[in-house]
Ligand binder design. Sequence first.
Ligand code: ZN
Length: 334
Amino acid sequence: MRSLKGKNVDKVPVCSVTQTGTVELMEMTGAKWPQAHYDPEKMATLAIAGHEIAGLEAVRYPFDCTAIAQSLGCKIMEGSIDTQPSIVDWACKNKDDVKEMNIPENFLGSERISTILDATDIVKERVGEDVPVIAGMIGPAAIAFSLAGENYLKWMITDPDVVKELLEIGTEVCTEYSNALFDHGVDAVCIPDSEGSPDLIPPPLFESLILPQHRKLTGKTKGMMILHMCGDATDILEPMATSGFDGISIEEKVNARYAKQVIGKRACLIGNISPVATLLAKSPENVKQEAKMCIEDRVDILAPGCGIAPHTPLTNLNALVEARDEYYLEKGIL
Ligand SMILES: [Zn+2]
C-alpha cells in the first residue's frame, strides 16, 4: 500500500494485480475453477492460496473478466478448471440495444457481483488487516467491448457517440462497484481496460474517448485504483500517468525502465514479468534473473505483466518472491 501511495519502502513488494488462480493451487485447496468463479467461499480460499502458498504479498480475486458483462445481460460460458469463463453472446447487437441499455437497479445484488462482495467479506475476515486485498474488474472500455462485441471497433470509427454511451455506462458501473468493494474493505481495485490499448485502437482515440472516462472514474472512487493495460502500452504511458490511477500495471512488451521515466512519481509502476514466456515456460532460475532485472529497472511493485496462466508452476511463483529477497541480499541492502 505504501508503494501504491508513492511512499518509500524497504523493499519492492511482490504480488499480482491480475488473476492468480493456478491448477496447482486449486488441487491443493480443493477450490477449483469453474466453481471458484461462482462460490464466494471457494473464491476466497483460492485467492488466499495465492498469498499463503504462492507467497504473493496481496490477495487478489476474482479470476475472470465476465462478472460485470454477465450482470449487464451478456451470455457466458462457465469455463473449466483451466479455462476462464468467456462471453458467448453480446448484450448490444445494434445501436437501438445501446439506447435501451440500462444498469439494472439491483446491479450490486446480482449473482456474480454479490458473490465477489461476499468473497471480500470472507477474505477480510481470514487475512485480517495486514495483507492488502485487491479486487479486479474490467474497465469502461472493456465493458463497452463486452456489451458491443465486434461492433465496438466499428462504431468507434463510424459512431463514436454510441461508443461514448457505452463507455459512460461502463464508468458508472465501475464507480458504483468499486465503491461497494471499498465499503467491504478492499484496499485496491485493479481495472484491466485493455480494449483501450494501442494494440487495438490508435492513441488519439484513447485520449479523446477513454481517458476522460478514466479521469471521471478515478475522480469518483474512494480508494486506491490501479489501471492494467495489456499489450504494448508505450504510446499511451503519458496519458495513463495523468488519468488519476494510483498504480499502472504494464506488460513485458513495455520497457519498464522507460515506463518509469515517463510516469515518474505520478503513479506506482507495476509489472512486468511475462506470465507466459517466463512464468509458465521457464525455470525458477530464469524467473529469478528476469525478476531481478525488473527491480533494477525500477518497478515499484514486482508483478506478472498480465494474468497468471493456470498451468504456471508454483515453484515459479515462489521464485518471484525469492528473487526479490535475493536481490536485496546481493545488494547488501537488508
Ligand atoms: Zn494484460
